[in-house]
Design a protein around this ligand. Sequence first.
Ligand SMILES: Nc1ncnc2c1ncn2[C@@H]1O[C@H](COP(=O)(O)OS(=O)(=O)O)[C@@H](OP(=O)(O)O)[C@H]1O
Length: 154
Amino acid sequence: MGCSKWRAALNIGHLRVQSKLSVFFTMIILFTYLFYCLNGYCDSLPRPVYDQQSNHQNKITLNDGASQQEKITHNASQIFREQMSDFSDGSSDNISIANTFGSKKFPQAIIIGVKKGGTRALLEFLRIHPDVRAVGSEPHFFDRFYDKGLDWYR
Ligand SMILES: Nc1ncnc2c1ncn2[C@@H]1O[C@H](COP(=O)(O)OS(=O)(=O)O)[C@@H](OP(=O)(O)O)[C@H]1O
């Protein structure tokens, strides 16, 4: 009887020491992380790419179902025809519009997919690359906002 009481007391003491140790180590990790962040070592956010000479990559995801496919294909080919003609006559700089924080260009790549087709995952993987600049939310130009025109799209 006495022996089991001692054993229980030892177990409880052991658990208390363990929980104190885990709190201690968690605090050490947190303080180390804060220290490094305050010193600027945690600069893991993707750097903004506003360099007009670099290859910006934009993205549109079209995923409102197969019924929109014809319209989407038609509109996408129209955009690309326009863009390719801009490139072919050597005046691709003309498609840039200066504004207060950089230049706006047509996308060089478009992700098209049905709903739940995994387009978001593909975008996020592409976005990891430092030379890829992608829009934050899906613009839905071809299926929802086509009437707003190319200036809006750009
Ligand atoms: N590689 C791979 N393999 C299998 N499944 C995958 C993959 N990548 C994304 N997914 C699944 O795709 C679903 C999200 O697709 P979308 O990004 O197109 O969604 S959305 O329509 O834009 O909301 C979403 O499914 P649910 O989790 O059922 O919503 C993801 O889990």
